[in-house]
Design a binder for this molecule. Structure first.
Ligand code: FAD
Length: 285
């Protein structure tokens, strides 16, 4: 099946009412929500590209940018994995199934799926960074034959922080080389210990010139993933990262999410490493 990016004709100011259909607790302070639009009865309402995000609005509290973390091919609602950080996400965490919130979106650039076709794809996720990457992993699984070797490196502070652990076996079975690592081993963990770049440095990569890296996680991690990948000989033009900044309007107008010449809401969140590289090395930017 060929990948056709969906049309991105959204009204950026229109907030839709969505009902929480399902809540899954992932780990301490992180839960996954399936949202169904109150007024929608058709699948086309849920079209998005892997890598895009929505603005979730908790009435009376405010809005937060939250990535899509579900399967873009499944018309069963919008799925978001949310970590409690401040006012909005704390209030969201107090909502229960059946309660409503507002949704604007989807916004932003998706993962560069057409450029990954025919390549060795290396996906590197740190902590909550697996959430925006999961729709891409679903795509790679569904269209596995379109890609060469596919590796997924997932890192977390401890094993309890590894997101979506029940899915790893399915992804492995689908032909994805899933490698896990933790910063700190806890009882029962007998896997890798250390940072994701240690696994990236050791990864067997045939035809390095045909390799592409996509990554999401803490900014410092993405910076080092980019450096490791480039040291392996992967050009910066074949590395993509998903960036976060303080998001307000999400429509490229307010400037809160500006990073260098880019507005993360509309030029990102997925950006090519060569475009970002000069800014990633400026402290506190
Ligand atoms: C494109 C995009 C996608 C995102 N996807 C997700 C997601 O899938 N799941 C998820 O849980 N979160 C995601 N975030 C982060 C989320 O938007 C912020 O954590 C948000 O500010 C939480 O809102 P709040 O009101 O609860 O906390 P706030 O009160 O806004 O913030 C709490 C604290 O976190 C700091 N902070 C806020 N935003 C950021 C940021 N972007 N980076 C670093 N520190 C920040 C603030 O300075 C403050 O100290 C995403 C952000 C962006 C820009």
């Amino acid at each position: 099946m060929t990948w056709i990016p969906p049309a991105l004709a959204v009204n950026p100011w229109l907030t839709h009412t969505a009902r929480i259909a399902d809540i899954v607790s992932e780990c301490d302070g992180i839960a996954t929500y399936r949202l169904c639009l109150d007024t929608s009865d058709n699948a086309s309402a849920y079209v998005f590209e892997p890598g895009q995000f929505n603005m979730l609005y908790v009435p009376g509290v405010g809005e937060s940018a939250i990535s899509m973390s579900g399967d873009a091919h499944e018309p069963d609602g919008w799925i978001h994995t949310v970590r409690v950080a401040g006012n909005v996400t704390r209030s969201l965490a107090q909502l229960e199934c059946g309660q409503t919130l507002g949704v604007r979106g989807p916004f932003g650039t998706g993962w560069p799926i057409p450029q990954l076709v025919g390549k060795n794809v290396v996906v590197v996720a740190g902590g909550l960074g697996l959430a925006p990457l999961r729709p891409l992993v679903y795509h790679l699984v569904r269209h596995r034959s379109q890609f060469q070797n596919v590796s997924l490196i997932v890192g977390a502070r401890t094993a309890a922080g590894l997101l979506y652990p029940t899915e790893y076996a399915n992804w492995t079975q689908a032909g994805i080389d899933v490698q896990l690592t933790v910063d700190r081993a806890t009882a029962g963990w007998n896997g890798n210990i250390g940072v994701v770049t240690a696994l990236l440095d050791r990864l067997k990569l045939n035809q390095i010139e045909r390799a592409s890296v996509v990554t999401c996680g803490p900014e410092v991690m993405m910076k080092y993933v980019g450096m490791s990948a480039m040291q392996r000989g992967i050009p910066a033009e074949q590395i993509w990262v998903s960036m976060e900044r303080n998001m307000q309007c999400a429509a490229g107008l307010c400037g809160h999410c500006q990073l260098g010449p880019a507005f993360i809401c509309k030029d990102g969140p997925v950006l090519r490493y060569d475009r970002l590289q000069p800014y990633l090395f400026v402290e506190s930017l």
